[in-house]
Design a protein around this ligand. Structure first.
Ligand code: SF4
Length: 343
């Protein structure tokens, strides 16, 4: 909002004063870093973050935003930039969902929408009318057919929208606004700020790696299993006991390469006398369909080494941090068979 921007400008934050994490700025910088960190780790969870309730902490919420923008710009990392903009936009949209129509209107017009409230009762559930260029500006990126202009009521160049639709369009407006703010460069930042920037870069690299691992090809080639996983698999398949970590590594590995939770469960059931209910529970928990909803990836090689599960690394393991990487490399030796054409 313009008022918040003016308020921050009036504070006259000086880059030089940020050096050394002065006591005054420390909580603001901590909060700014936390905002980005949470956005990087989980956009959906960030969207659910409630605003600060205590008025004496409003300043923390307001001032930490431009400082977060500064930190994100400092990273020069496009992944952090787009993820942060998306997370803040989703949070704004979630918060707007619980606001009165008048507040939505105020925020929309802050972006120059020229929107108005619809008072005609016969036009319910529509609560807002916006000009169609404003609608198109924000809705063109949405692929759902409900967002096609033809599927909306339009009278005299105005598109009629529900409250939920307005907050969704505002989400897009906020995302583009923040991305615009992040599309700049800062020549230099104080060293203590750079320490925070570097932590965020590291977190971004880890998150990207995690996403890459989760996007494994959904083709299962047993012969490409790395030796650590193959070892546990053989033990379990032979009905011999395997450690808890070994079973966890095997289960999360199988799920990560595209074997369904049901198939993994059937495998364990067929080769052992594990308690069925517990086995199903554990498999579904690791698959993320139960409990916290977190889908687990296999433990890293370092952990498997420490627990004696990595006993005979292979050439494809060189430099790999996770068995999934080794598997992906070995998979290249097993080209996919293309269906033969009938002539
Ligand atoms: S280096 Fe990693 S992938 Fe290779 S055998 Fe050891 S734990 Fe498995």
């Amino acid at each position: 909002m313009k008022e918040a921007a003016v308020h921050v400008r009036d504070l006259g934050i000086d880059f030089d004063e940020l050096e050394g994490d002065s006591d005054f700025y420390l909580p603001f910088l901590d909060k700014a870093e936390k905002r980005i960190e949470s956005a990087l780790l989980d956009v959906s969870a960030y969207a659910k973050t409630q605003p600060i309730d205590d008025p004496k902490d409003y300043e923390l919420e307001i001032v930490s935003f431009p400082l977060a923008v500064m930190l994100v710009v400092g990273t020069e990392d496009s992944f952090i930039k787009s993820r942060y903009a998306l997370a803040e936009a989703k949070r704004a949209s979630a918060l707007l969902d619980s606001e009165e129509k008048e507040k939505l209107l105020e925020v929309a017009n802050n972006f120059g929408w020229g929107a108005r409230l619809v008072s005609d009762f016969s036009l319910q559930p529509y609560a807002f009318a916006v000009s169609f260029p404003v609608f198109l500006r924000n809705a063109t990126g949405f692929h759902d057919k409900n967002w096609k202009l033809v599927n909306h009521l339009m009278i005299d160049g105005e598109v009629y929208l529900t409250e939920r639709e307005v907050s969704r369009l505002l989400e897009e407006e906020v995302r583009k606004y923040i991305e615009g703010r992040l599309d700049t460069k800062i020549k230099s930042l104080p060293s203590t700020i750079m320490a925070r920037v570097n932590r965020l870069r590291q977190l971004s690299a880890e998150k990207r790696e995690q996403i890459r691992l989760e996007e494994m090809p959904e083709r299962v080639v047993m012969d490409a299993f790395p030796s650590c996983i193959k070892g546990v698999y053989d033990r379990v398949a032979a009905g011999r006991p395997a450690s808890h970590l070994g079973r966890f590594a095997l289960t999360s590995f199988m799920l990560s390469i595209g074997i369904s939770a049901e198939e993994v469960f059937k495998f364990f059931r067929s080769v052992s006398d594990f308690n069925e209910r517990m086995t199903r529970y554990q498999v579904e928990h690791i698959a993320g369909t139960r409990g916290s909803g977190t889908k687990y990836t296999p433990p890293n090689c370092a952990t498997l080494r420490t627990h004696g599960i990595c006993v005979s690394p292979e050439p494809d393991c060189r430099g790999a941090v996770n068995p999934l990487i080794c598997y992906k490399r070995k998979l290249k030796n097993f080209p996919e068979e293309k269906p033969t054409e009938n002539k």
